[in-house]
Design a protein. Structure first.
Lengths: 1000, 106
């Protein structure tokens, strides 16, 4: 059984107990524990169930590579699934729940999958998707949905706070082990701006656990002194609990700081996402031990040999009382020695190498540890915890052998450098045959903008197995990264001399299929040796294909433990060398990061910046119902007490058409185009002729892109000979301005023209309705606003009611209408003045929906409704706005293409339902027959549809095949519920076709 | 996230300050051009794996469009220059050829 040792534990304080619960059961740990060490101290060896087969699983590792021991943490608004117990620091009151089982961890009926294992082989999903579809739908899917999956998604809104940090440094060092510390020291002394980050709470990495001496002192002492020295350097920043998550183009990096996960009672953000721009990056990310593949290597109590050692040295926790170590390398003996020194029984070290020698092996032998050379584990025995191992010769099929009783097994298949961050942005790897691992190829690093490599690996991450080599590589990496000679001295290292490992991937070598089907490669996704071998037999030669076919390495741990073992098994099955098979792509983040950290502060009210018109506060005070239009918030309508949206819109339209309405049109895009060539430029931008427009007059115009499609529309006013004011749609202002600049800067740079987006410079109010002129007369104007002096489509400067204004006689409603622009700073005051003066005519502010309905009643198009990026002006019956005289304008050549210069297109018409009802949005106009997919043939679609209060019935516009030639024809439309609606094709102008109301 | 130096304001700008504009040095074909020329201008792109001449705008900076020569595979940037340049400048071509003797402007 796993338990707390009477002595030891360099990271814990036994005098301070910490209470927590696991599946509701009260447990105790001590300060400094991780949840993993605390669970082991309480003999909780079973912590979860596996993904596919629901096999009992325990703690496999001691760090970020943990594949099995995932739990849900917290509750309600602070619940988070899939948290690794090995990276969860214990705090008072922590609540953890195990995952992926039903009804309980101890008794899980999903475990039947275990017995169905032979029905869930590699490629199961692909095979079942292909074979009879009903089988998938009615048999497999319900079973899999019930049983597969990890933690449950949280239900409540996240109660915590998250933030982003930005950092610019000369050198980012990822990993605070001894190599990272040495690199920071060397770079710090050069005066470089250095950021050193470490994913755990502790500096120094594995060196203290491995019993290494540095500079004649314990590793702990050297680490403490080095951290203190770095702390005094103003140019060096140290952050622990901060993981290097990803390395991106040109030295951009993301780091993930877990600020208060370990102390939720402390104020502050929970996580912080660091967005780092580093000239150079050193990855000192260490190495991860590999498991060995023997039958039953997933039974709780079987763990990495290094993890077993970590729990003893760091936390004073033993994974068992009687230990067996299986190792293909010398480092595994360290764990045996540590266990022995802690007073545990070490039943055997099982080493498949026939005659390995070395310092550590000799030390183990002297300590009286039985060493079984040339031997292998034939199988681990036990159910919810390991009870023993059967051993056999490595060169055998494992059918016979003695059983050694034990309650914990440490396994070591050698070490894999953590090359993830080196690889994220394209750093290439080379195969190191001596250590059987991939390591960074310094000749092929990821390149920065200057064409130089910007990532340098150091320490174990660079494939250095000894502390001395790791430290030397740190200095070398700083030298290479900075171009300086490094004079920072390296500490003298005292450490064991180690021999070579044996590249043993399967134990024993000739294990039969029953054994290979119980050798786990990917513990989190339940992929076994037999699955990879099956994939190879079925023709999967590419490692990337095999990965997807078997799901090897596709779990949340991204195959940190399984990668090399899986490759080796695949290479063996293909009778190829590992480097020839290659490795899969490493992708950020290194370990999962929270969605909260990605979002940062961008949530709720500050999710995105909002644009507000000068009258915004007035709308809010009136209880306006807002809708987003781009980043603007515009009133949709102004409902009164007891009114719903529909009633409010109807009232607003009737009041406006009957007497007087008021619209806040400030969001309308306003762009100044000015210069001697402004007219020439405007003629290129618009389909119609703008250069002939007279100062003082307005003209409606269409803008197309070079592909011929309609992109924006609006009214242009000529302010003077050299100056045009372009009105764009609300959503179009920024991209139309960018469009203008693109053509001016990149194509017609000889044109003498400037543009300026002055949208927010002006507040604009549409005064609309039969009483509009009366209202302006009441306020008093220094300029004649009569129909004769200021006719439709004219504009003038005027002083109205004391406000300096620009008045445009334009109308988007079909009513007598003045759009009046005043300086933005006076917008609210002007608006309030209008409201007050208009009271006698029941002046009614109206929102965007009334605007839309009134424009549809008049058959005016709306960009984004009648257009969708595939519509040309000719489709909308706007041929009148396309100049035949101009040699060129943007889109002209495109519109001459055969399929555009062709009457056989869907064209805009009006639709009126036979029963007067309102057509659904986006309804299709059906044509007889069905297409190859068994769907209705279509001959058109509805682009706008509304209830018209003016006509008291539904009105719609639609693009219909040859529509204008089919006036009066009745067509069928989909009703969205499986039925059909009949409507008659009619003119798009439903109201006041002669324009009598607006021309007064 | 790329770093590109705006040739107008001299800022070494993060990609988030910039807007991409696709391939550079396209010749516009307008009314009267053949269908083939127009199709080439509007749609046909090199989609180069390797040295690529491309358009960028310093949108959240000085607002100017500029051109860049960049390797789309290694991300090395050979230089940036004014958008009012009809073809890649000689010094940029020489810089690319110094690093990649096999490369030539096609
Ligand atoms: Zn700039």
């Amino acid at each position: 059984m796993s338990h707390r040792l009477p002595q030891g534990g360099r990271l814990i304080d036994k005098t301070r107990t910490v209470s927590f619960t696991f599946n509701g059961q009260k447990m105790r740990g001590v300060a400094g524990d991780t949840l993993a060490s605390a669970l082991l101290a309480e003999d909780q060896m079973l912590v979860g169930r596996s993904f596919k087969y629901h096999r009992p699983r325990g703690i496999m590792a001691s760090g970020a590579e943990e594949p099995n021991a995932l739990v849900g943490l917290g509750r309600d608004a602070r619940f988070e699934p899939n948290q690794r117990v090995t990276t969860t620091e214990l705090f008072e009151g922590l609540e953890a729940q195990s995952q992926n089982h039903w009804p309980s961890l101890e008794t899980d009926i999903g475990v039947v999958n275990n017995y169905l294992a032979r029905f869930l082989p590699a490629g199961f999903y692909y095979k079942t998707f292909i074979h009879p579809r009903p089988f998938w739908k009615y048999v497999f899917e319900p079973i899999i949905r019930q049983s597969a999956g990890l933690g449950k998604a949280p239900k409540d809104r996240d109660a915590d706070r998250y933030e982003h940090f930005y950092a610019h440094v000369d050198l980012l060092i990822i990993g605070g082990g001894i190599a990272g510390l040495q690199a920071a020291l060397a770079a710090g002394k050069l005066g470089k701006r250095v950021l050193l980050i470490e994913q755990t709470a502790h500096w120094g990495g594995r060196a203290p656990v491995d019993g290494i001496e540095l500079g004649g002192k314990s590793a702990d002492a050297w680490i403490a002194a080095t951290v203190a020295a770095l702390g005094k350097m103003k140019n060096v920043t140290l952050r622990n609990r901060t993981m290097g998550a990803g390395v991106y183009d040109h030295g951009y990096a993301l780091a993930y700081e877990r600020v208060t996960d370990h102390a939720p009672m402390v104020d502050g953000p929970r996580h912080r996402l660091w967005r780092i721009r580093a000239a150079r990056i050193i990855t000192a990310t260490g190495a991860i031990e590999r498991p060995l593949s023997f039958a039953g290597n997933d039974i709780p109590g079987v763990m990495l040999a290094s993890a077993l050692r970590d729990y003893i040295v760091n936390y004073g926790v033993a994974a068992g009382k009687c230990i067996v170590i299986a190792t293909n390398n010398d480092d595994g003996y360290r764990s045996a020695l540590v266990a022995k020194e802690a007073g545990l029984e070490v039943a055997a070290v099982i080493d498949p190498r026939p005659a390995a020698t070395g310092d550590l092996i000799e030390a183990a032998r002297s300590a009286g540890i039985p060493i079984k050379q040339g031997m292998a584990i034939a199988e681990a025995q036990g159910g919810k915890r390991v009870t023993g191992v059967k051993i056999c010769a490595q060169d055998s099929d494992g059918s016979t052998g003695e059983v050694i009783a034990c309650d914990a097994v440490g396994m070591s298949g050698g070490w894999s450098p953590v090359v993830h961050l080196w690889s994220h942005c394209g750093g290439k790897l080379i195969w190191d045959a001596a250590q059987a691992c991939f390591r960074p190829d310094p000749a092929r690093p990821p390149l920065s903008h200057d064409g130089e490599g910007f990532v340098f690996a150091a320490g174990a991450a660079d494939g250095h197995a000894t502390a001395a080599a790791a430290l030397a590589s740190a200095n070398a990496a700083v030298g290479a990264a900075t171009g300086h000679a490094i004079t920072t001295r390296l500490p003298k290292v005292a450490e064991a001399v180690m021999g070579d490992l044996a590249p043993i991937w399967i134990m024993p070598a000739r294990a039969n299929i029953q054994k290979r089907a119980k050798m786990w490669l990917d513990f989190q996704n339940d992929v076994k040796v037999s699955d990879v071998q099956l994939a190879a037999r079925e023709g999967y030669e590419s490692v990337e294909h095999t990965k997807r076919y078997t799901t090897l390495g596709m779990a949340t741990d991204q195959g940190k433990l399984s990668n090399i073992n899986g490759l080796a098994v695949l290479a063996d099955a293909l009778q190829a060398e590992i480097p020839a098979v290659g490795t899969t792509t490493f992708r950020p983040p290194y370990t999962p990061i929270s969605m909260g950290a990605i979002a940062g502060e961008a949530r709720g009210d500050i999710f995105q910046p909002l644009r507000r018109t000068p009258m915004f506060d007035w709308h809010v005070a009136q209880g306006a119902d807002f809708e987003p239009v781009g980043q603007w918030r515009r009133p949709y309508c102004y409902p009164r007490v007891g009114e719903d949206r529909h009633a409010a819109v109807t009232r607003e339209i009737n009041a406006t058409r009957g007497a007087l309405g008021l619209l806040d049109a400030s969001t309308l895009g306003k762009i100044i185009v000015k210069g001697p060539d402004a007219g020439r430029f405007m003629d290129m931008l618009y389909t119609n002729m703008m250069s002939t427009l007279k100062p003082g007059r307005c003209r409606y115009g269409l803008m197309c892109n070079e592909n011929g499609f309609l992109m924006d529309d609006g009214v242009v006013a000529r302010l003077d000979e050299d100056t045009f004011l372009v009105h764009t749609t609300t959503g179009g202002a920024d991209h139309i301005h960018a469009h203008m600049e693109d053509w001016l800067q990149c194509e017609w740079w000889d044109f003498k023209v400037y543009t300026a987006n002055v949208t927010e410079r002006w507040a604009q109010v549409a005064v609309v309705g039969p009483k509009a002129r009366k209202l302006l007369e009441k306020l008093g104007s220094d300029t004649d606003l009569s129909a004769e002096a200021l006719p439709f489509m004219a504009w003038t400067d005027a002083k109205i009611g004391g406000f300096e204004a620009r008045v445009f006689r334009i109308s988007f409603s079909g009513e007598l209408s003045f759009e009046i622009a005043v300086p933005a700073s006076q917008g609210l005051e002007f608006w309030e003045t209008l409201i007050e003066a208009g009271a006698e005519w029941n002046i009614t502010p109206y929102g965007t929906e009334a605007l839309h309905v009134m424009r549809a009643e008049k058959g005016f198009i709306m960009i984004g409704d009648e257009t969708d990026g595939t519509v040309i002006p000719q489709d909308l019956g706007l041929d009148w706005a396309i100049s035949k005289k101009k040699e060129d304008y943007l889109g002209k050549r495109a519109q001459a293409r055969s399929f555009m210069d062709n009457p056989d297109r869907w064209k805009l018409v009006g639709l009126e339902t036979l029963d007067g009802g309102v057509l659904p949005d986006g309804a299709y106009v059906i044509r007889a027959g069905r297409n190859a997919n068994g769907q209705n043939n279509v001959q058109g679609r509805v682009t706008s549809t509304y209830y018209s209060p003016t006509l008291d019935r539904g009105i719609a516009m639609a693009l219909i095949h040859n529509g204008p030639d089919r006036m009066g024809e009745v067509v069928n439309l989909t009703d969205g519920k499986g039925g059909q609606i009949k409507a008659r094709i009619c003119s798009t102008i439903f109201f006041d076709p002669e324009g009598e109301k607006q021309n007064v | 996230m790329l770093l590109l130096t705006c040739p107008y304001c001299g800022v070494s700008a993060d990609e988030t300050e910039l807007s991409p504009g696709g391939e550079a040095h396209l010749k516009r074909f307008g009314p009267g051009s053949s269908d083939e020329d127009f199709e080439g201008y509007l749609f046909m792109r090199h989609n180069q794996k390797g040295v690529h001449f491309e358009r960028w705008r310093h949108t959240y900076g000085c607002g100017k469009w500029f051109l860049a020569a960049r390797c789309t595979a290694s991300l090395e940037v050979f230089g940036t220059y004014s958008a009012q340049t009809p073809e890649p400048p000689k010094e940029i071509i020489e810089k690319i050829q110094a690093k990649r003797p096999d490369w030539s402007l096609t």
